[in-house]
Design a protein around this ligand. Sequence first.
Ligand code: MN
Length: 150
Amino acid sequence: MIKVLIAEDNAVNRELLRELLEARGYTVVEACDGQEALHLIEQAQPDVLLLDIGMPVLDGFAVVRKIRENPRLATLPVLAVTAYAMQGDREKILNSGFDGYLSKPINAVALAEALEPLLSKRHGNQSYESQASEKTRAASAMLGGGTNLE
Ligand code: MN
């Protein structure tokens, strides 16, 4: 099950995103400001973050900077969701640690097209935990039941 965290201060936009994402079968968690978003990344462990730029407490640029500075969170795919549409803004966003960019108003096709490359990258990499347990299984298969590691 893919879990998406929406960090967006506008309730109407949050609801729209939730509906579009749930229609695609994703689980949705919502944050209303940047501080709550950082908290929920740790608590809910989303597969991808949809991050509004203009938010109270911490804006999207501050949130993505903190994510990229934190070794435990640094690989989380983050998609900017914003009405900032000028060419210079787009470049600033893509140079600030975001993996992609989605312009408001949101529509279902653009959302799917922006999310899919991030999620396939994520699934290609798997989580550290499942990688570790696969390595453990492979190692015990190679060693067989009674082999001493030394
Ligand atoms: Mn906003």
